[in-house]
Design a protein around this ligand. Structure first.
Ligand code: G
Ligand code: G
Ligand code: MN
Ligand code: NA
Length: 258
């Protein structure tokens, strides 16, 4: 209860931060997108990671106002970066959505309102959402409708942690995803484990057949990067390239190219 009250307070007292982790092109090293990851800068406890408060926020429903803050903050950042780029809206920002957020009927309306509020010039920003397979379990039809509506608003949709959840190929066919993010558990052993490579090959065939982009998550070593590139993966994310970090660092990292 105390954590819940503290988080409620945090939302209104500027204690939340978004960190951003790049998704890079393996061939060129170019940053193509960033994933927004929430942090809680607690005045006494320091930086609290989402694993320590998102589950509670899910249970209590606090995830709804919290998630709204995240989406708005990410969209504001996208506008800032777009303006810095001198109008080339290359960099996409993706936001994670939890099951409860997807199940919430007002989500689409909230996103619409946020977009209208941040895009002063009428320019479209590049933004996206990431959801895991479990999101679809509760109410597949409603989730599919919500995802389709978000996509109509211009969102790029990624299926996160792919391969770890309850994956049904049938769902995939009917859902409007653009990108599969291969979970890091399959990336870990990829340089020396034949079965990991086989699994990844079959994921790539699936993605190809369904016309989905692929991102490898959790790439930590040069050996993994090379193996993945040989397998044909173009986009990667992981500590090898960059950790999640504040917006200023991303700007510095991208130098003149933002
Ligand atoms: O860096 P990491 O510890 O940042 O994130 C841990 C988990 O928390 C990930 O599974 C991620 O999807 C989730 N997460 C991070 N930020 C958010 C957010 O803004 N909203 C939701 N719903 N989940 C998030
Ligand atoms: O579930 P989701 O993919 O949204 O969560 C992203 C999580 O993965 C964050 O906690 C982020 O800090 C973490 N992460 C990102 N890159 C790496 C990596 O290379 N290795 C590991 N172990 N974790 C990573
Ligand atoms: Mn994610
Ligand atoms: Na993931």
């Amino acid at each position: 209860i105390r954590l819940e009250a503290a988080l409620r307070h945090a939302i209104h007292h500027d204690e939340l931060r978004l960190y951003y982790q790049p998704v890079v092109s393996a061939a060129t090293g170019r940053v193509e997108a960033v994933e927004a990851l929430l942090r809680w800068q607690h005045p006494e406890r320091g930086l609290i990671m989402p694993g320590d408060f998102i589950p509670m926020a899910e249970e209590t429903g606090l995830i709804v106002p919290l998630g709204r803050w995240v989406i708005e903050q990410a969209c504001r950042q996208a506008v800032l970066w777009q303006n810095m780029q001198g109008g080339s809206p290359e960099l996409r920002i993706s936001v994670n959505l939890s099951p409860r957020q997807i199940a919430q009927p007002r989500l689409v309306e909230d996103v619409r309102t946020i977009l209208a509020g941040v895009s002063s010039s009428g320019k479209r920003i590049r933004f996206g959402f990431e959801v895991t397979e479990t999101v679809m379990m509760h109410d597949p039809q409603a989730s599919a409708d919500t995802l389709c509506a978000l996509r109509e608003l211009g969102a790029h949709l990624s299926l996160d942690d792919f391969g770890t959840g309850y994956s049904s190929m049938a769902y995939l066919k009917h859902l409007p995803f653009d990108t599969l993010k291969i979970d890091r558990t399959f990336i870990k052993g990829v340089a020396d484990d034949d079965s990991d490579r086989s699994i990844i090959r079959s994921m790539l065939a699936l993605a190809d057949g369904l016309n989905l982009d692929v991102v490898a998550e959790g790439v930590e070593t040069e050996a993994q990067r090379q193996t993945l590139q040989t397998l044909g993966i173009q986009r990667m994310q992981g500590y090898l390239f960059a950790r999640p970090q504040p917006a200023e660092n991303i700007e510095r990292m991208m130098g003149g190219s933002l």
